[in-house]
Design a binder for this molecule. Sequence first.
Ligand code: THU
Length: 138
Amino acid sequence: MSKDTLSPDKLEHLHHLAREAAGRAYAPYSRFPVGAALLTEDGRMFVGCNVENAAYPLGLCAERSAVSAMVVGGGGKIVAAVVYTPTPTPASPCGACRQVLHEFGPQATVYSYCEGSAVAVHPLPTLLPEAFGPENLA
Ligand code: THU
């Protein structure tokens, strides 16, 4: 997606949703709440937060939680993914989340917000070059 198709208002809304979602994170082990908000091609928005577990490896990241919400909400193509972390500088999605975002939005733009004023903006292909995707199974 080109950045100019996402208005500043819509981006700010997604940022707000991601921050709000982080407030609902279940992260008693890491104490690192993360929120994510997705925008689909047809304008719908979905949110997710990280959901940890006493069996640590079973914890789910915010981005994948948002993708699950999108799928159960009817699916769609992701054009923008906004992530909020409670850090002084922006943090990018982990590798697993990059791969899962690729499945539903290979050309999505990823925006990382944090407690500081910096915002990182990266096209997903930059974060996950030479990605493995559905076409590789054809
Ligand atoms: N986390 C996310 O939710 N998204 C990421 O992209 C990176 C990490 C979560 C996983 C775990 O619950 C906590 O942050 C600390 O790693």
